[in-house]
Write a protein that binds this ligand. Sequence first.
Ligand code: FAD
Length: 545
Amino acid sequence: GKRILVVGGVAGGASAAARVRRIDEYAEIIMFEKGPQVSISNCSLPYHLSGIVENSKSLVLMNPDSFKKRYNIDARVNTEVIKINRKNKTITVKDLVANSIYEEAYDKLILSPGASPILPNKVEGINKPNVFTVRNVEDIEQINNYLKENSVENVAVIGGGFIGIEVAENLRLAKYNVSVVEFANQIMTPFDYDMVQILHKELVDHGVNLVVNDGLAKIGDGFIETMSGEKIAANAVVLAIGVKPETRLAEEAKLEIGETGAIKVDSNYLTSDRDIYAIGDAIEVYHRLLHKPTRLALAGPAQKQARTVADHIYGKTNRNLGVIGSSSIHLFNLNAASTGLNTRTAEVAGFTYDSIYIMPTDKVGLMPNSNVMHFKLVYEKPTGKILGAQAIGKGNVDKRIDVIATIIMLNGTLEDLKDLELTYSPMLGTAKDVVNHAALVALNQLHGQYREVKVSQVRELVENDACIIDAREKKEYEAGHLKNAINIPLSEFRNRLAEIPTDKPVYIHCRSGQRSYNMVMALENLGYTNVYNISGSYLGINLYE
Ligand code: FAD
């Protein structure tokens, strides 16, 4: 049988080893893992901090013994691969417990060494014992133990990406005082600035001290200092400012490294050596929409790549469709998901695009637990090709985003999305699902039957004394409204047309965009040529301010 060696025993590595076994009962498979465990659920690590995952042992899904018994895979933990000898087709291995070094020969080598947390250099105090990163079970146990043993109250999380936000949420659930410091002007870059305000608010509403536009400058005793000079109480610091692909082995073996700094692979995940494959966080992948290499440190792609590699070793070539970047996160009472491009990435890539932002309910309004879903759809002009979407709400945003991800993978357009026949029952959704609804609004916009301005433009409109109509009922208006907005409820406007000017642009909003959308369409029908819906409406405007 073939001798197949795997470097890394978690998402990519363990999946590849198991798939090879399913294809070939005769292969000799050895998996090397430098950490003390294989097959851990790294994505579940943050949930140990809150106790949602009570016992850290349950984060380990399989052990070397079960790998041997179930799959006849030799999984060696505490064993680091330190060198690839391409000429002889061997690897040099270090047993970290026995402190011994040996070699193993391969027919095929699969690299899935992952990515390691980035550590900021030049930050005073970075080596203190109360500074942590999150990658494996030991890390999360160490944080938990430190916090408990030292009765820590204040924790600072540096970085507002997925890992930082999940860590912050779980620490907060465990009643710590949590600060999040993010260098950019927003957390969670898959989301546009307008959408992410909802997540900012969710953090703040749950008592997280969110600091954006600022970075870590110094770690002192009981506090951190930011670049702007702010002092924040912190007896422990979790660094989550991103990950860098583990390329050392590959680089030293002179395997080609790509323009993104990750290992370069072909469509079958072969490196520049025809007997060495690489998968997971360590490689760069092809972006289907941007048509260029990118890095995508997510578990789903790593597992797919693992399967592809095993298949390719046994002669099956892969139809590599590239990635679009689909992800989701749960944050306190909200779910958020996104796929494809947002307006920022579409802009940078030079697309001609537009977007709509709607806020329908996720279920029939009179049903229990019916909630507003914030939904943004980005599409190409004039083709109507779907480029991406973002959804945030209490309900099933992931279902909606998965539909969009599917349609992007099939090169779908707004017309396709409008026609999708989806399920409906009042407790689960609405007859015109959020995604169908988004397609209809976007089609109206694309065909010029409907125009909208972004929530980010509202301040300027107000300052320039533009004609803004508030289409909510009088009571709602009186409870709070935009400066100088005229209140003409949707229920009254047909009798009050004389008050709506025809000689200048008119901008209309209501609470969630539903009533203003109807008024815009009606006015268009009546011959008004200069009416705009304010996307995001009053809910969005308030979040944005
Ligand atoms: P890993 O799973 O990291 O495995 C690499 C392994 O290789 C490591 O255990 C490492 O010790 C070992 N290794 C490295 N070098 C060597 C060597 N020389 N010799 C021996 N062993 C070596 N993704 C999602 O899609 N959704 C999520 O919700 C999500 N949440 C996450 C939360 C956290 C806290 C973290 C850390 C990650 C999360 N991810 C999530 C990302 C996901 O876990 C990774 O994309 C995925 O694990 C990548 O798989 P991989 O095999 O490339 O690397």
